[in-house]
Write a protein that binds this ligand. Structure first.
Ligand code: ADP
Length: 525
């Protein structure tokens, strides 16, 4: 059942708890009073007499006194004897004459006897079957005889019960023997007791409510303190919907965020550390190579064979290119990872972007004697996509350069654009070395370089020493491309086979409003 919102508040809960405790204690107090102070009967015998025997016995007594109504001593004997029997039940029987005057009583010295006269009309009324005993006259006297009458039996001397009664046999409680001072002190005691009970109740209730609230606040405080001391996995239990529960949940959310931020900072620090370590390592190899070849060129420049000299300069050139690329990619990745590069989506024709990237890679492809091709399916050539053109261009260039780099002379790299349900799919296919299956899961990792791609000495015809070889891979190109594509909410897929070649692909969304027929067809598929 869904509870109304206000029932979740701490205020409501504390008030409800207070009222429940109040109900319990008042109920308990009432039951206790009922069972002790207002206990109706002292014994089961007394109860049986009042509830079962009193009425028949009174009628029987009435039958016994009827014949001796005019004989005082005999009447007194009968009533005194009966009075002894019922004395333990704190009851007495009084005989009134037809005018309501006291004739004789079972307890001669009782208050009932002191009440010399009772209104005969009242007594007559009380003999009626439908007399409502709860409507006894209340005249302010707490021990008024009328208020203590239990039963009235009319006595008819002549057997004609239709005539007015000649006397009334009245059963009544004995008077309470208590004076006004007693009553007053009793009320005082009762008042003090009630005060003590109320005070005690208030103290116990306040302690219970405070203990309940403070236990929850303590749990919260312990959680916050542990977190502050560095236990970043510490969370507080926050199941309740009240203010303390809400505070706990806010703390948990904040703790989660702080932990996430700390992890991010840690990851960034780790990245920077790794970057510096890798970059300094990767810089050392081409620098050592450069130094070696420059020293050789300097040593004896006149006697150097021109072919040898050209080859050395070629190696120096390649090392410088590599250094250039390494520094540039390090900068790009560092900016991407640190969040300095923001995605600036714009609408542009994807075909034109591919054209310009292929044009940019032409020189590199020619130097490797690799052919570049561009294929467009359907109307995708004119498709307008919504993406960051600069970043997508960078990712595409890295993929195309890889296709050239890890290829053999005469190989080819094909870039294809085709419609797909999401917009357009761009595929870069090469028929180069391919990537071993065991390398595939790691190629998008930063600085991951496949075992076979560590140098390109074979490509430049120098396999004598490792130091003379130019590093082929920086291990950053695919990490950059992957980061850019996932940053666009897309996925960079790879399919590769050693000896056959590799296929890299990703998808881009069409710009809003651009529904080329080709895209429509693909979406319909
Ligand atoms: P780089 O920055 O040098 O291009 P990448 O991060 O792009 O390095 O590539 C990581 C590794 O993945 C490379 O060292 C290479 O082993 C492998 N690789 C990437 N693209 C290709 C490809 N088209 N053909 C074969 N191997 C590739």
């Amino acid at each position: 059942m869904k509870m109304p919102r206000f029932t979740h508040s701490l205020h409501f809960r504390m008030s409800a708890l207070f009222l429940v405790l109040l109900g319990l204690s008042v109920g308990g107090y009432y039951l206790w009073i009922d069972a002790t102070v207002f206990k109706a009967y002292d014994s089961t015998e007394e109860q049986t007499w009042y509830e079962e025997k009193q009425e028949p016995e009174l009628r029987e007594l009435a039958a016994r006194v009827t014949p001796v109504l005019d004989r005082g001593p005999a009447l007194a004997d009968i009533l005194t004897e009966y009075g002894r029997r019922i004395a333990p039940y704190k009851a007495e029987v009084v005989l009134f004459d037809a005018q309501g005057y006291n004739m004789v009583s079972t307890a001669g010295d009782s208050l009932a006897l002191a009440v010399k006269h009772v209104d005969p009309d009242l007594l007559r009324n009380m003999t009626a079957d439908d007399w409502d005993f709860s409507s006894y006259p209340l005249d302010g006297d707490i021990d008024a005889f009328e208020n203590r009458i239990i039963d009235v039996v009319p006595i008819h001397a002549a057997a004609d019960s239709t005539r007015p009664a000649d006397a009334f046999l009245v059963a009544s409680f004995q008077p309470i023997t208590m004076d006004v001072a007693d009553i007053r002190s009793d009320w005082q005691i009762f008042g003090i007791r009630a005060l003590i009970v109320i005070l005690g109740y208030a103290i116990v209730t306040a302690l219970i409510i405070m203990a309940w609230a403070s236990r929850r606040i303590r749990n919260l405080t312990n959680g916050v303190a542990a977190f502050a001391e560095g236990d970043f996995d510490r969370r507080v239990s926050a199941g309740s919907a009240d203010e303390i529960g809400i505070l706990g949940r806010h703390f948990n959310t904040m703790a989660e965020r702080i932990k996430h931020m700390m992890e991010e900072i840690g990851a960034k620090e780790e990245f920077q550390r790794q970057l510096i370590a890798n970059v300094s390592h990767d810089l050392r190899t081409p620098l050592a190579s450069l130094r070696g070849y420059i020293e050789t060129l300097n040593m004896d420049p006149e006697n150097l064979d021109p072919d040898e000299r050209a080859r050395y300069l070629d190696i120096i050139q390649n090392n410088l290119d590599h250094l250039d690329q390494l520094i540039e990619r390090t900068l790009i990745l560092s900016r991407l990872e640190s969040g300095q590069t923001h995605l600036r989506r714009e609408t542009f024709p994807v075909g034109e972007l591919v054209d310009s990237i292929l044009a940019r890679c032409e020189g590199f492809a020619a130097s490797r004697r690799v052919n570049l091709e561009f294929e467009v399916d359907g109307e995708a050539q004119d498709a307008l996509v919504h993406a960051d053109a600069l970043q997508i261009g960078q990712a595409l260039q890295n993929l195309v350069e890889n296709g050239i780099k890890f290829n053999h002379p005469g190989g080819h790299v094909v870039v294809r654009i085709q419609p797909c349900p999401e917009g357009v799919e761009i595929t870069v296919t090469d028929n180069g070395a391919g990537i071993p299956a065991e390398d595939l899961p790691r190629i998008f990792d930063r600085f991951y370089i496949g075992e076979k791609s560590r140098t390109r000495s074979s490509l430049i015809g120098d396999d004598r020493t490792r130091s003379s070889a130019v590093p082929l891979s920086s291990g950053l190109g695919l990490a950059i491309a992957h980061k850019i594509i996932t940053g666009h909410g897309s996925e960079l897929k790879v399919d590769s086979k050693v000896g056959t070649g590799s296929v890299f692909s990703f998808r881009l969304p069409l710009a809003a409003g651009d529904t080329t027929p080709a895209a429509d067809e693909a979406a319909a598929d």
